[in-house]
Design a protein around this ligand. Structure first.
Ligand code: MG
Length: 395
């Protein structure tokens, strides 16, 4: 999709042009890539296993006029997506940064199409592009949210609940999330650990709490027991069932959508406007989870958002266990008018202490969208020093 943007920074998809205001380039003096290890405040269990800490990769642009920050969403291991922290570090060092320095390094919007010469690696591209955009927006005194066209000043906070070995623990975690202000609950599920826990959760929270389930592609349509368990999930009256099948199985998702009452939400399957078009044409996608850091960046996420609006497709911004820095950037997309469902913004925060203010919900249950220039936040210098494992500079 990045290749289909024109040089003036407009997202061109299927002949349609959505204008984003041009930004003055900044004079980049150096770019740091930092790797940090931060303990999670509460361990998170998913189909990929338990997690107790997060390896965080940051890109820091030092420009003459300003500085820019971005948090990469890649995880330590390639279990959610093919990209992972070590790989992103190598791709940045050996392929993206040399090309950026030889091209429009001070203009994040022009950088996206320029870096399309490197196939794939959307998480690495997104982080580099956002760090440059952040520096440009700070230099102009403009927030990322307003530049993207956000219309909401605050958004509700959706909580994600991990896979639990017993239902009592799951219900206790749900209670904590609701007490902290969660507007909806999303629970990780896997074969054999889906229908039972989710139906118990529905029974526990009552009919009015919006519930979602995320299977991270762990079910198979050629396993009768898997299909039977997914059909039982209909009884829980979920807002959606997210990514039940493997990311490349669009036809399987379409067949499942025809079989279930619960709308199918796609996450890992959707990497671009093109893959969204294919999924919608097949009937595989009734709701979309958009992760700007996974789809190639914030300009790409805006283009996907715009297509969702045209299609009337409900959408929401998903989280990747971001620190406050990544949450702030995600809020800019979550505040776009087509993001019709609550985003992943765990109301409890994920880190204690966090690298930056995690933006927790206020008494009204809403999280304020940063209005300060750029992503609206910078990391705490003491935390950076404490948690930094590795730092490399290119100038
Ligand atoms: Mg997901």
């Amino acid at each position: 999709m990045r290749g289909s943007r024109d040089s003036e920074g407009r997202a061109c998809e299927h002949g349609r042009v959505t204008a984003l205001d041009p930004l003055d380039p900044v004079l980049v003096e150096a770019i740091d890539v930092l790797r940090l290890r931060l303990p999670l405040a509460t361990p998170l269990h998913s189909a990929a296993g338990p997690r107790t800490e997060r390896t965080v990769l940051l890109v820091h642009v030092i420009a003459h006029e300003s500085e820019g920050w971005a948090e990469c969403v890649a995880e330590a291991e390639p279990t959610y997506a093919p990209e992972y922290v070590e790989g992103v570090s190598l791709v940045l060092r050996n392929h993206l940064l040399p090309r950026a320095w030889a091209g429009p390094i001070g203009d994040g919007v022009a950088l996206g199409p320029h870096l399309a010469a490197v196939r794939g690696h959307p998480m690495a591209v997104a982080a580099l592009e956002l760090a440059v955009l952040d520096a440009q927006l700070r230099a102009e005194g403009r927030s990322l949210a307003s530049w993207l066209g956000a219309t909401a000043a605050a958004v509700p906070a959706g909580a994600s609940l991990g896979l639990h070995d017993n239902v009592v623990d799951l219900l206790a975690e749900a209670d904590r999330a609701l007490t902290a202000g969660a507007a909806r609950l999303r629970v990780k599920v896997a074969p054999g650990r889906a229908a039972g826990p989710v139906l118990a959760l529905r029974n526990h929270v009552g009919p009015d709490v919006p519930l979602q389930a995320d299977a991270n592609g762990t079910f198979r349509t050629d396993e009768p027991a898997h299909l039977a368990e997914l059909e039982r999930l209909d009884e829980a009256v979920l807002t959606c069932l997210e990514q039940p099948l493997a990311p490349d199985d669009l036809v399987g998702h379409a067949r499942l959508a025809a079989r279930l009452r619960t709308p199918i939400c796609l996450d890992e399957s959707i990497t671009s406007v093109g893959s969204l078009e294919a999924a919608v044409a097949l009937g595989a996608c009734g709701i979309l989870c958009v992760k700007p850091g996974r789809v190639g960046g914030w300009v790409a996420a805006r283009a996907i958002h715009d297509r969702c609006v045209e299609l009337g497709l409900p959408a929401w911004v998903g989280g990747m266990l971001e620190t406050g820095l990544g949450r702030a950037a995600n809020l800019a997309v979550a505040a776009l008018p087509g993001m019709t469902l609550p985003p992943d913004l765990d109301p409890r925060g994920r880190f204690d202490p966090d690298l930056a203010d995690p933006g927790l919900p206020g008494p009204d249950g809403l999280v304020a969208v940063p209005a300060a220039p750029g992503i609206g936040i910078t990391p705490d210098p003491a935390m950076l020093a404490d948690a930094s494992v590795e730092r490399s500079r290119r100038r």
